[in-house]
Design a protein around this ligand. Sequence first.
Ligand code: NDP
Length: 310
Amino acid sequence: MSLEHIKVLIIGSGPAGYTAAIYASRAGLSPVLYEGTQPGGQLTTTTTVENFPGYPEGVDGNQMMADFRAQAVRLGADVRPGFITEADFSSRPFKLNVDREKDIEADAVIIATGASAKYLGLPSENAFKGMGVSACATCDGFFYRRKDVAVVGGGDTACEEALYLSTLCRQVYMIVRRNVLRASKAMQDRVASAPNIEILWECNTQEVLGDASGVTGVRLLRKDGTVFEKKVDGFFLAIGHHPNSDLFKQWVETDENGYIVTRDGSSRTSVPGVFAAGDVQDPVYRQAVNAAASGCRAALDAEKFLIENN
Ligand code: NDP
């Protein structure tokens, strides 16, 4: 197998990865970016992005990521298809493998592999993704103004999403599988005092209902065996995210939920020369604009590291 030497390797093609590529290219670091299995990342699963500054009319998520990519390529980034299948950060240069085919080594690595929202796994949920089924209220809630929506989950994210939606929507149903919320007391209190949030306790989703126009409702099964339906236009998942850090956990420090730990407000991980940006290290904000900003930090941190260590 051939061994290629790369100065700055960027893993992941969301806003964090592409922004890191833009900055690293302009710094003359000849970055190579591997796009992974979902080129463009989570934004390619949404419709219109209205909260990224600079697009007064909003922008299609796919188009926005195509623009990020084009900008990185124009500035000299080498953007490639491919998935990193192995990583060894035990010594520098770091050793990695692409698609179980190609060995590479890198002086610095920026991990920008993102996070994946968890879904229930229902065929009907999959069928209406982007047509009423969403895993991000901040991204898509605006499209459900004065409509009725459901949020699945009982953790802090679900409460936060339900509270956000309650300011826009007519009625918000929280679908909670147990008879308690997992969320913090403060969040529970805020949900309890929102007049238009109703919690449907001990309920599991049997099916997301819809037609050619998108989601029209949801069929639920309560623990006592009752099956009933609610009319909703939006169905939001908030049952947790999974940071895409599994391949790197052996080497870099992660928190109890698998998010890569970065140091002192920087992108530095526990391994000098390995940096993390975007949702893989951000359990809190999870917004494209934050991911882009952290990609910028990672490129600047990598540049500084290479100057100090080469
Ligand atoms: P959590 O894992 O805390 O909660 C997930 C929720 O989804 C739980 O209520 C769980 O139910 C439910 N759930 C999981 N799987 C299913 C399923 N298949 N069907 C139905 N319901 C399901 O995830 P969060 O994303 O809410 O939070 C992750 C971490 O981030 C937590 O530590 C949280 O405190 C933190 N966070 C903090 C915030 C803040 O402080 N402002 C905001 C957002 C998150 P069950 O309880 O029965 O397991």
